[in-house]
Design a protein around this ligand. Structure first.
Ligand code: CDP
Length: 226
């Protein structure tokens, strides 16, 4: 039986796509690629170099220039992979609040999306991959063998993200997390290029009442059914 060699998982922030993607890739022995890290790395590069987030031309140029590498985890500190930005280990830095607050702003720019999409397509062509993002099934690899759209209500997602922050020992405020997710959902879904939405042939998993193991089981059923 031929298993799908390209699996796309899309969905809104904190729906559990990254955890699902990592577990599914591990179970299948596929490469796991979380495309959000690329948009996050460009945002961090802009913040570190004092490039104005709202200067589209400058951010576009930056996105074409920076070198982003994602590879196997080199440190055992809870990470699933290393993210390198021009040789700097930014795996945890790209998760900080200032990046959360601006990543959706830079993700609307056409030049940024083009630069990221080209790299993602190359990776999808060269590997058996579980690729996670917002536009993987709709734009990056519309011919993916299996497309999953993982959804959950914004309140459930905010609660999960809030708990993750507490577990990492970070200061956390549920209302602030909820506001930030709503803002990101709005920008991601209403942008002109590659907005967040399920592909027509995506299978939607509604995860409000499902734990990660249940979601994983559903996804595996889909993989073995294709
Ligand atoms: O982990 P979380 O769901 O919070 O976010 P992420 O997947 O790391 O993505 C961060 C942001 O990058 C999203 O809110 C989008 O604005 C953007 N993004 C995108 O535009 N296209 C993708 N394929 C992946 C992420």
């Amino acid at each position: 039986m031929d298993l799908p060699s390209t699996i796309a998982i899309d969905g809104p922030a904190a729906s559990g796509k990254s955890t699902l993607g990592a577990l599914l890739a591990k179970a299948l022995g596929y490469l796991y690629f979380d495309t959000g890290v690329m948009y996050r790395a460009v945002t961090l590069a802009a913040l570190q170099n004092d490039v104005d987030i709202f200067d589209e031309a400058a951010i576009g140029q930056l996105a074409e220039q920076v070198r982003i590498d994602v590879g196997p985890a080199s440190i055992d500190d809870g990470r699933d992979y290393d993210v390198m930005l021009d040789g700097q280990d930014v795996t945890w830095l790209i998760r900080k609040d200032t990046v959360n607050d601006h990543v959706s702003d830079i993700s609307i720019y056409a030049r940024v999306r083009k630069a990221m999409t080209e790299q993602q397509r190359r990776i999808a062509k060269e590997n058996k991959v579980v690729m996670v993002g917002r536009d993987i099934g709709t734009v990056v690899v519309p011919d993916a063998d299996l497309k999953i759209y993982l959804d959950a209500s914004v309140e459930v997602r905010a609660e999960r993200r809030y708990q993750e922050m507490l577990e990492r020992g970070e200061p956390a405020d549920y209302e602030a997390v909820l506001r930030s997710l709503k803002n990101r959902d709005h920008i991601d879904s209403s942008r002109e290029i590659a907005p967040l939405k399920p592909a027509e042939d995506a299978i939607v998993i509604q995860a409000d009442c499902l734990g990660i193991q249940q979601v994983l089981e559903k996804a595996k059923e889909l993989v073995y059914r294709v």
